[in-house]
Design a protein around this ligand. Structure first.
Ligand SMILES: C[S@@+](CC[C@H](N)C(=O)[O-])C[C@H]1O[C@@H](n2cnc3c(N)ncnc32)[C@H](O)[C@@H]1O
Length: 254
């Protein structure tokens, strides 16, 4: 399950930052929800090329340690993240003992987890009791336009996302109610349908799980459908339904 995900991000390593328009907006919003100063040990999961790391790592106190973990060596190889220690590893099986970290962060990554309930629980256990976290991930409704156009024309498909309420219940249960949430629909405009698809590919979000998206005729139908339904003078729009969750691990939590 993790191998195809790692492969798609390895291939996107060099193109990611130019294509990552919504991820940039999400990184900025998540950074605004994080403390202005961080101390001790900080773990970022799914750090990628460092878009969010460059917002957060400078806030670390001089004697702190910032670990930027990512599944994809290709993303880390292209990453610019001064002040962070890069670690290629799977966030679903992190190589750390419980209670190791004072703060946990993750931007635009955990929706890729195969087992979010088990893995996010394991991630929060890496925090010391009272340790803080801030996480942004995409939820159902993301690329809804693309999903509709795919369904109508038979071209491509959208990676299945879980509903926001699934994660809200999870974080609430895991923290004993010490989590807060914000849901935001970021709408990004692209010059054309082709530009949107190129941006998705460049950011590691391939629009179909298979190798063949569809015939050229279906592709043309898809482009016409998308442009007519979701296009305007400025181009075509794509929605990213984002959930921001932040809070603390309970004191004395197991
Ligand atoms: C869309 S990028 C986000 C990168 C960065 N956080 C940002 O805000 O631009 C998603 C990243 O999550 C990583 N990722 C996906 N599944 C992961 C996992 N199980 N463990 C660690 N990283 C993972 C990918 O390799 C990729 O670099």
């Amino acid at each position: 399950m993790t191998r195809p995900i790692r492969g798609r991000f390895d291939r996107a390593g060099a193109t990611y930052e130019a294509a990552a328009r919504v991820q940039r907006l999400v990184a900025a919003r998540l950074a605004a929800l994080c403390p202005p100063v961080l101390s001790g040990h900080v773990l970022e999961i799914g750090a990628g090329s460092g878009l969010f790391t460059r917002e957060l790592a400078p806030r670390l106190a001089p004697d702190g340690i910032y670990v930027a973990l990512d599944l994809s060596p290709g993303m880390l190889r292209n990453a610019a993240m001064p002040g962070a220690v890069k670690l290629a590893a799977d966030g679903e099986h992190p190589p750390f003992l419980p209670g190791t970290f004072d703060f946990l962060a993750s931007a635009s990554a955990m929706h890729w987890y195969a087992d979010p309930a088990g893995s996010i629980a394991a991630n929060l256990r890496l925090l010391r009791p009272g340790g803080g976290f801030a996480i942004a991930l995409y939820v159902r409704g993301t690329l809804g336009e693309l999903e509709e156009a795919s369904r109508a024309t038979g071209f491509g498909s959208v990676y299945p996302m879980r509903p926001a309420d699934y994660y809200k219940t999870l974080f609430t249960d895991l923290t004993g109610g010490l989590a807060e949430f914000e849901e935001k629909r970021h709408v990004v405009t692209y010059g054309s349908v082709g530009e949107l698809l190129r941006a998705l590919k460049g950011a590691g979000v391939t629009h179909t799980p298979g190798t063949k998206a569809g015939s050229p005729a279906r592709y043309r139908k898809f482009v016409r459908y998308y442009a007519k339904r979701f296009g305007g003078d400025a181009g075509v729009s794509a929605t990213y339904a984002t959930l921001y969750a932040w809070g603390r691990r309970a004191l004395g939590g197991s």
